[in-house]
Design a protein around this ligand. Structure first.
Ligand SMILES: Cc1cc2nc3c(=O)[nH]c(=O)nc-3n(C[C@H](O)[C@H](O)[C@H](O)COP(=O)(O)OP(=O)(O)OC[C@H]3O[C@@H](n4cnc5c(N)ncnc54)[C@H](O)[C@@H]3O)c2cc1C
Length: 316
């Protein structure tokens, strides 16, 4: 990676954010919010069975958030199922595997003191049994020992373009941020950057006394790009290019073109947005093809290239 990836334990990352909020003057209450009523002069909340009042409420309850003043919950077509294992082992490689005609992917990510092996797939397209079957096959193929491993399953948003464009995320005295506002990359499933950025944009809109300006600012910086990603997601996972799967062609280009590797590095580190990706791809198409062709004629020219999973056929 040109820009290194930072790996945090969630407890540490969330703790750092809470510490900052406390240092800035917030009082934190660790309790479940069971009701939010935004119809009165002040917002009325039930927190751990107690009534509280607020001028404004920010709902950041994640993908399954059910506190919905004046908007709808995210449905199966806007959600992705994840399943995985926390495996008590160490690794220094990130592995990604694509499956045939499958909208999602399998991963093995090194964490601070374990490896997270998992799969994500569109909830409306793939059953949890199918996900588990693919995941368990990957575990066998990759020779991963599940001794002491812990199974997990979560839901995350995988928003459709029209959900990002039309779903209401702000009212006169409430707003949503992060997963609750469906701010997640529909291709990679990454949402941490968008959760932080949406919170930041909302905070600035509130400080300026213009909560209504929040959706437009979010759209300009985040949602328009995510909408674009939502429109191309199916093509990325299930489309075909030059007679093969897009994912297969992608892995082949990664192995044989340094220029294409740079581009994908930038996509995964967030330095390259989706909207200008097509322009950049076409602008460097000639050099990518030249590098690809050269590596067949002279295989030494791609000696620093990463190898595909298992060292054999590209995974797809
Ligand atoms: C398995 C998995 C792996 C992922 N890996 C990555 C990754 O590597 N990189 C990345 O960028 N993104 C990743 N994501 C996505 C990322 O986790 C989310 O996009 C991000 O955490 C969203 O932050 P959030 O604060 O909006 O929601 P969440 O992190 O879901 O936080 C919501 C919080 O609200 C609390 N809550 C919910 N309801 C209530 C209530 N009624 N009262 C009080 N509290 C409530 C919950 O307990 C939770 O603490 C992953 C997601 C999954 C499921």
């Amino acid at each position: 990676m040109n820009h290194p990836i930072v790996i945090y334990s969630r407890a540490v990352l969330n703790g750092l954010l809470l510490d900052r909020a406390t240092a800035a003057g917030c009082t934190t209450i660790r309790s479940r919010v069971s009701q939010v009523d935004t119809n009165g002069a002040r917002v009325n909340l039930v927190v751990g069975g107690e009534q509280k009042f607020a001028d404004f409420v920010v709902l950041a309850g994640g993908a399954r958030n059910q506190l919905l003043p004046g908007t709808t919950a995210l449905g199966a077509a806007d959600l992705e199922m994840t399943q995985g294992y926390f495996v008590p082992t160490e690794d220094d490689h990130i592995k990604i595997k694509f499956l045939k005609q499958f909208e999602g992917y399998i991963w093995s990510f090194p964490r601070a003191d374990h490896v997270s092996v998992g799969i994500c797939g569109k909830m409306s397209k793939h059953s949890s049994q199918t996900l588990r079957r693919h995941l368990d096959q990957f575990v066998i193929d990759e020779n991963i020992s599940l001794d002491g491993a812990r199974f997990y399953s979560h839901v995350l948003p995988s928003p459709q373009a029209h959900t990002l464009r039309r779903r209401r995320i702000v009212g006169p005295n409430w707003a949503m941020a992060g997963d609750a506002a469906a701010c997640v990359d529909p291709i990679t499933g990454e949402g941490l950057f968008y959760a932080l950025r949406s919170g930041d944009l909302l905070a600035h809109a509130l400080i300026a006394g213009q909560p209504d300006a929040y959706p437009a600012r979010l759209r300009a910086e985040v949602s328009a790009d995510l909408e674009f990603a939502a429109r191309i997601a199916r093509k990325v996972f299930c489309g075909r290019f030059l007679g093969g799967a897009v994912t297969t062609r992608m892995v082949q280009l990664l192995n044989h073109s340094a220029t294409f590797r740079d581009l994908i590095r930038d996509v995964f580190s967030g330095a390259q947005d989706y909207r200008s990706l097509k322009r950049r791809m076409w602008a460097q198409f000639g050099i990518t093809v030249a590098e690809f062709t050269k590596s067949f004629v002279d295989p030494r020219s791609c000696k620093d290239a990463p190898q595909p999973l298992g060292g054999g056929e590209p995974a797809s």
